[in-house]
Ligand binder design. Structure first.
Ligand code: AMP
Ligand code: GLY
Length: 423
């Protein structure tokens, strides 16, 4: 089967690497891909949001499965676009239909879904420009810190956590009235602040049944000790050491099962990955958010731990035969450290040559923002490389990743030295 992977980050390189190992996978294409995916697949220079261009490529290269990496094409309805097209409707799409993608595309939709199905999450209320004064009054009844969330997709920047009431009120006004995040903040969700440690659960579902993939913890802040600006993710660890069997059962019983049941009850079809952002408050799990895709860099630690043929699982997902399958997970710990361009997540340079990309024993090197330029590989994004180490312990896995990083160079390389510090 020929497969097209949409996206061009570390997540997509990891999918490419994993699927290339499957005998079911004939030829892989990645759009737009990066210098890493170019080694394993054919990169196609097209924008995943340009559905017509995706269609053309699918027909031209006889692609039978499309794996959608990022959320934007899913929220924009790429799955439905394929299903409604005479020439494309038999192509397998991994990534949910538009309605289900709204679980990530609208925080309010996700909150209502959780409320309807009794899934534990922070208390909330939502407001629009018409109700901004009620929103300010609502904040007065809440305790600090205040959590304000733009309803729509805002490239990971739409959540504000604010200490002062007056500042929270003025930010609310700026989001709703001045459209601080454009149309994404036409509606704002105000939430109760939950205090605890975060982790993520991943489920592959065909809409009937779900297979639990390994859980992971990511590190979102740029600075050591989880300080500074939010990023797409600076590193990740899997498994998550504080997930005891008892806590895992709570996640399954209170969150994963009701989520899958809720989708069925609401008649919301879903074929793809559900990524549930969780927080452990005391001994109890709460949902922070739903995503409708795999995480990046969580994929870089989750897929390397999977012994099963992923392609087989994806075909079964599309054919709604997942109930026939199990997943086999290797017990080693995987840790990934993201090397980023100096300045990221603010302004940074692109186009700097990268050296030291040769493979080494015990590590995997996934490309994120990289590009081939003649014989050179150069930086092409804020997050540049994700280096995954595997070992019997988290310490060993991290040591391998950090050792590998010592021999990798590009101008102004930056990475967190403390991934896993809190575990
Ligand atoms: P999100 O974009 O929904 O993942 O939110 C970004 C980050 O904000 C999360 O990873 C949490 O660290 C934090 N966050 C979101 N909602 C809450 C909440 N209700 N209480 C505490 N922290 C939150
Ligand atoms: N690492 C977080 C995300 O992929 O959304």
């Amino acid at each position: 089967m020929n497969v097209l992977i949409l996206g061009g980050g570390g997540r997509e390189h990891t999918f490419c690497w994993k699927l290339a190992q499957s005998p079911l996978c004939k030829k892989i294409y990645t759009a737009p891909g990066n210098a890493g995916t170019e080694q394993l697949s054919m990169n196609l220079p097209l924008d995943p949001m340009d559905f017509k261009a995706v269609k053309q490529a699918v027909l031209e290269y006889q692609i039978q499965m499309v794996v959608v990496g990022p959320e934007a094409p899913l929220v924009a309805g790429i799955h439905d676009y394929f299903k409604q097209d005479e020439a494309l409707h038999e192509v397998f799409i991994i990534g949910p239909q538009k309605e289900a993608a709204t679980l990530e595309g609208s925080k309010e939709f996700a909150k209502k879904f959780m409320q309807r199905h009794n899934i534990p999450t922070a208390q909330y209320a939502s407001f629009t420009a018409e109700t901004v004064e009620e929103g300010k009054a609502f904040l007065e009844k809440m305790n600090s810190p205040y959590v304000l969330k733009a309803d729509g997709l805002a490239a990971g920047k739409g959540v504000l956590i604010i200490e002062s009431l007056s500042q929270a009120q003025s930010e609310l006004e700026s989001m709703l009235v001045n459209q601080k995040f454009g149309t994404a903040s036409q509606t704002v969700v105000i939430e109760e602040f939950l205090s605890g440690i975060e982790l993520s659960a991943f489920i592959l579902t065909d809409g009937n049944t779900g297979i639990d993939f390994p859980m992971a913890k990511d590190y979102k802040r740029i600075g050591e000790g989880d300080t500074g600006l939010n990023t797409g993710g600076m590193g990740a660890i899997s498994p998550v050491p504080f997930v005891t069997p008892d806590f895992e059962n709570k996640i399954k019983d209170r969150i994963i099962t009701p989520t899958l049941e809720g989708l069925k009850k609401d008649n919301i079809p879903f074929q793809g990955f559900i990524f549930i952002g969780l927080i452990k408050v005391g001994e109890d799990p709460y949902v922070i958010e739903y995503n409708v895709r795999m995480g990046d860099p969580e994929t870089e630690v989750v897929l390397p731990r999977i012994a099963s043929d992923l392609m087989e699982l994806l075909v079964a997902t599309a054919e709604q035969r997942l109930t026939e399958y199990n997943i086999s997970v290797d017990s080693e710990v995987a840790a990934t450290v993201m090397a980023v361009a100096g300045g990221y997540p603010e302004a940074y340079e692109k186009g700097n040559p990268i050296t030291g990309l040769e493979p080494t024993e015990g590590t995997l090197l996934f490309h994120a923002g990289t590009q081939k330029k003649g014989s050179e590989t150069v930086t092409n994004g804020g997050r540049v490389l994700s280096i995954t180490g595997k070992g019997a312990t988290m310490k060993e896995a991290l040591q391998k990743a950090y050792n590998r990083l010592k021999s990798t160079h590009f101008k102004n390389i930056n990475y967190r030295k403390d991934i896993g510090f809190d575990l």
